[in-house]
Write a protein that binds this ligand. Structure first.
Ligand SMILES: [Zn+2]
Length: 328
């Protein structure tokens, strides 16, 4: 439990009047996820729900609040944010609110029994060795059991308001990712994080250029210039606009590195992931590494800095500046 001591789990902490942070443990990755409680006239809005893997002591948490939780808002469909939604809805009796696009993807990924096979097929096309793909299928089925999202939530669209908070579309980390914004406060989900940077991956049956989407939505947050941003992991971001620019620069450097890994010989997303993230990764990390390599490769294609070739069975990339391909 030593790794958990940096956070007090399952005890809401007041960040400013009417905004509480509720941190829940995760078994992997950053080992914690932040949910938020936002006070309104009729009670609290809970933002995100943790992973359905560990039981959350909702009775104690709710008993410590001065009013009931009257609605639950989901920023995006990743397991650590949506996985505990059903349990939270049961404990509070509150309706779950989720973005229309995000819920469609949530249902497709966590609600269909053959998603692990479909995503493994796609990874095979992108050069992932069969044994690694096989391990992805197994871990995918195990993981899906712990994601207890809420079926048939109330659907919202960007531009709607939830108890006075404006719903912002912030695609990138997930296609349907949403933030809440009010009075200079951004409830950021995994859009703007510090010190870690959110993973930006390309996935099947998703938007074609997630990194392009992400950079655009980081710039729109920078223009909004929130006073403060509270994210799903890590620390409070005191100057969100500056952090948004830093993250854009981080991806520009990674784009350069991705481009440098390409040449005349066609390379798969898997091969590029080896160049970017090394050869020693367990399957679950390799999954993110390949998806991240592919989001950068597709961005390079959009920018005219790489070329993609694919016959439906294998997808590869080559550099534009390599060999004699440069035209006068
Ligand atoms: Zn997260």
């Amino acid at each position: 439990m030593a790794k958990f001591t940096e956070h007090t789990f399952a005890t809401p902490v007041e960040l400013e009047p009417g905004i509480l942070r509720l941190t829940l443990p995760l078994p992997t990755g950053p080992r914690h996820v932040h949910c938020y409680l936002l006070r309104g006239d009729d009670g609290w809005t809970l933002v995100d729900t943790g992973l359905g893997l560990m039981e959350t002591p909702w009775d104690e948490i709710l008993a410590g609040l001065d009013a009931p939780v009257v609605r639950i808002f989901i920023t995006h469909m990743h397991p650590d944010h949506v996985g505990g939604a059903e349990e939270a809805a049961r404990a509070t009796g509150a309706p779950v609110i989720q973005g229309r696009l995000d819920y469609a993807q949530c249902e497709r990924v966590w609600g269909s029994s053959d998603w692990p096979e479909r995503i493994a097929e796609w990874f095979l096309q992108n050069g992932v060795p069969p044994q690694t793909a096989e391990e992805l299928i197994e871990s995918g089925h195990v993981f899906a059991d712990f994601v207890q999202f809420a079926w048939n939530p109330t659907l919202v669209e960007p531009g709607d308001t939830v108890d006075g908070w404006r719903v912002l579309a912030t695609p990138g980390h997930a296609d349907g990712h949403l933030c809440l914004y009010r009075d200079g406060v951004l409830i950021a989900g995994d859009h703007v994080l510090a010190p870690i940077t959110p993973a930006i991956g390309l996935y099947p049956e998703s938007r074609p250029d997630p990194l392009g989407d992400y950079v655009d939505s980081l710039r729109s947050v920078a223009e909004l210039a929130p006073r403060v941003s509270y994210g799903g992991h890590g620390g409070t971001v005191e100057v969100p606009a500056a952090r948004a620019h830093e993250i854009v620069e981080h991806h520009e450097r990674r784009l350069d590195k991705t481009e440098a890994s390409l040449g005349d010989d066609p390379r798969s997303g898997f091969e590029v992931s080896l160049a970017l993230f090394g050869t020693e990764l367990p399957p679950i990390q390799r999954r993110f590494a390949v998806a991240e390599a592919l989001s950068h490769l597709e961005r390079l294609v959009v920018l005219g800095r790489a070329e993609r070739e694919g016959d439906g069975r294998a997808v590869t990339y080559t550099g534009r500046s390599a060999g004699g391909r440069e035209t006068a």
